[in-house]
Design a protein around this ligand. Structure first.
Ligand code: ARG
Ligand code: ASP
Length: 703
């Protein structure tokens, strides 16, 4: 027994470094398959991705372009996060039927609610089209000429691709434009809301707990995919029927324990893992602090108003959450980059890189790249700062200025009736979106706090004179012919104030930013190529770009700071510890408290009798991975990814297996809520529940 443990320890030490990375699912053969199996997986590369037979990938859907979701029943039941389905849940809610507050459960198919505009994409196949896309391209070309070759090749490849009529195609650059992949996918557009827990479960802990461990949030919602009678994608129709998937994920009732293998399969949005040290320096010393400062100023105002007035608190809940989400992320990111000494480590790595270049006699080709980076970033710094200051002040944090920004776009589109109408329709929907929950006094207070961070000329009397702090008067300004509308806008006090800044943005800031940025991108492309050639034995994965990826690791706790260890699994007991009656973040439904009192956990309790809620893993995830399935060693669903730990959010730039952790809801908590809390047992009956762990063996081992 002891010997066995030592061998196990040895294996896990040997492989513990081999984590991190977001891998292309069609290329797992070889290294990835071996690493996964070394971590405990029983799956083959083909189990995960197979073009000719059904495989795990057939259950993974890109949810509305921004999140991930997975099919969990033969009748197209689809699981994602509560925060991913939030706007759909909100749009069906009213004062009488407040699904955000009370939750929603369709007890029959007829009660499932359609969602206009919502779609889910499934990957059919992936093809490396690099040679075709880079046909005719050579190293002597300028970035612009190269890009025009690439663009026309991409069009040609798309045209030549052979696909079914209901298939769609897209081609995306990988490894900074050194490689190109084509994706054939199916888009389903009849996606209906089936169930959502109340916000007091789905968003339990809200902002205080966001990006934080220990976590106790049941962040899930359930939808269903509908297809036409031939099981093909179709727009909403009353004649549509539940979709029969090529694959759905069985759900494990055995859960996970520390050390267990997990993989996360989904659509990560964007990472930047191959930046030079100088870029990380600029990010941590300039950009993040600047963005944090603007948001801090805006949040201070919001928080004060929200505390003093309940109507404002509800009105601004979602706006505040959006601003606070990345404000908090950037703070954590800076902490993590510092704690893991990312800059120093990148510098060391670059020294090593330089040494290898010389050893391999590649100085002529790559010897100047790092210096080019240094000078390109030195030139980029000011304009990068200015641009991100502008976006934070004018677009992200102050809504009157955001309206002005959109108005300049509308003015720009006024050259003909058709483009004007389009711009105007967009303008109206922006205005309605903002004014649905708007308080001019609060917005003015934010203006007064953040505008001084951009300019010395802060004139808040524009709030008394403008027509745009009120929806009705704003809509009146937009009536009439394009020239009438444009003239009236130009007479508006807020527009007169904002327009010179916005014009400066368009005519000077943005062009300079784009040209310096594309210079950096060109160096980055060569650097990526150099890395792979000079240090061919490193593990290279392409940065996230919104395409399907696999990441894997183990269930594991971590040390956030000296003398503190975080265990990897949280329980319902923790919900009760945090519970605060009537608190807007930590209230909990009476029914949940009751189930806790009676310990009525059914088949969902852990072997210790407690009900697991969330768990941590070393899977390398990012924004877009929300709603991704955490899959066990056998291909069963065990968790639902929704967040990362604060100290590890720097994984977007620098993954450190010591402190980077993703946070998942335990599937048993989700099933418990569906079954015991909501009584939606018909949904449980649709699913396939399994016990993959050999209980007898476990018992013997314990003795
Ligand atoms: N931090 C997570 C993500 O970036 C969850 C955000 C939703 N939850 C919240 N409390 N705002 O999307
Ligand atoms: N919460 C993020 C999302 O919505 C996931 C993450 O950034 O870890 O995709």
């Amino acid at each position: 027994m002891k010997f066995f443990k030592i061998v196990l320890l040895f294996i896990s030490l040997q492989t513990s470094a081999q984590q991190g990375g977001m891998w292309i699912p069609s290329l797992l053969n070889g290294m990835n398959e071996q690493e996964m199996q070394a971590l405990g997986s029983k799956l083959t590369a083909k189990d995960i991705f197979d073009v000719n037979n059904s495989s795990l990938k057939d259950a993974i859907g890109h949810f509305n372009g921004g999140c991930t979701s997975e099919v969990i029943s033969p009748k197209g039941l689809l699981l994602t996060n509560h925060h991913c389905g939030f706007s759909q849940i909100q749009s069906h809610s009213s004062i009488e039927n407040d699904y955000l507050k009370d939750g929603f459960w369709a007890m029959t198919l007829a009660e499932e609610l359609p969602n206009e505009g919502l779609y889910v994409d499934f990957i059919v196949r992936i093809e490396d089209v690099t040679t075709k896309v880079l046909n005719g391209v050579n190293d002597g070309m300028t970035a612009q000429v190269r890009q025009s070759f690439v663009d026309s090749n991409i069009n040609a490849v798309k045209k030549a691709a052979v696909v079914e009529p209901w298939h769609k195609i897209k081609i995306k650059p990988f490894f900074k434009g050194n490689q190109y992949f084509l994706f054939v996918f199916e888009r389903f557009e009849d996606i209906r809301l089936v169930g959502a827990p109340p916000t007091s479960i789905g968003k339990f802990g809200s902002d205080t707990d966001n990006w934080v461990w220990p976590r106790h949030t049941g962040d899930f919602s359930i939808f269903r995919i509908y297809a036409n009678k031939n099981n093909r994608p179709s727009k909403y129709s009353i004649d549509n029927v539940p979709y029969t998937p090529k694959h759905f994920l069985p759900i494990s009732l055995d859960g996970v324990e520390e050390g267990d293998f997990t993989m996360v399969f989904g659509f990560p949005g964007r990472t930047n893992e191959y930046l030079p040290a100088v870029a990380i320096e600029q990010l941590t010393e300039k950009i993040n602090p600047s963005n944090i400062a603007v948001r801090e100023a805006a949040l201070k105002v919001m928080d004060a108003y929200m505390k003093s007035n309940d109507t404002i608190r509800i009105q601004y809940a979602s706006k505040q959450a959006r601003i606070a989400n990345y404000w908090k992320k950037w703070i954590g990111e800076n902490k993590g980059l510092k704690k893991s000494k990312a800059i120093a480590k990148k510098r060391e790595f670059e020294a090593e890189f330089t040494k290898k270049i010389i050893e391999k006699g590649l100085e002529v080709q790559y010897g100047s790249l790092l210096e080019e980076f240094e000078s390109a970033y030195a030139e980029f710094n000011n304009i990068n700062m200015l641009r991100s200051r502008f976006t934070e002040v004018f677009i992200r944090n102050n809504e009157l200025m955001k309206i002005m920004f959109r108005l300049t776009q509308m003015e720009d589109a006024a050259y003909n009736q058709e483009s004007f109408n389009k711009a105007k329709a967009y303008m109206i929907s922006t205005l309605k979106g903002i004014h649905k929950n708007y308080n001019a006094e609060l917005d003015r207070a934010i203006f007064n706090e953040i505008m001084p961070l951009y300019t010395d000329e802060v004139n808040d009397r524009i709030y008394d004179k403008t027509s745009f702090t009120n929806l009705d008067s704003a809509l009146v300004v937009l009536e009439g012919s394009p020239s009438q509308v444009i003239q009236r806008i130009n007479e508006d006090a807020a527009y007169q104030y904002a327009k010179p800044y916005i014009m400066e943005f368009y005519t000077r800031i943005e062009p300079e930013y784009q040209s310096k940025k594309s210079n950096i991108n060109a160096i980055q492309k060569d650097y990526m190529q150099a890395l792979m050639q000079v240090m061919p034995n490193e593990r290279y994965f392409p940065d996230a770009n919104g395409t399907l990826r696999v990441t894997y690791g183990q269930v594991k706790g971590y040390e956030p700071r000296d003398a503190v260890y975080y265990k990897p699994i949280s329980y319902l007991d923790g919900v009760i510890e945090k519970y605060e009656p009537d608190d807007y973040e930590f209230d909990a439904p009476a029914k949940l408290l009751e189930l806790y009192e009676t310990q009525d956990y059914g088949q969902y309790a852990d072997s210790n009798g407690k009900l697991p809620v969330c768990f941590l893993g070393t899977n390398h995830t990012t924004g877009g991975n929300s709603g991704s399935p955490a899959i066990d060693a056998h291909g069963n669903l065990v968790g639902l990814n929704f967040d990362r730990v604060w100290e590890g959010t720097m994984s977007d730039y620098y993954y450190d297996a010591e402190i980077c952790r993703n946070i998942m809801v335990d599937l048993r908590y989700i099933l418990f809520i569906v079954d015991k809390f909501a009584g939606a047992t018909h949904l449980i009956e649709e699913m396939t529940l399994v016990h993959p762990k050999n209980n007898t063996v476990k018992l013997i081992e314990k003795n």
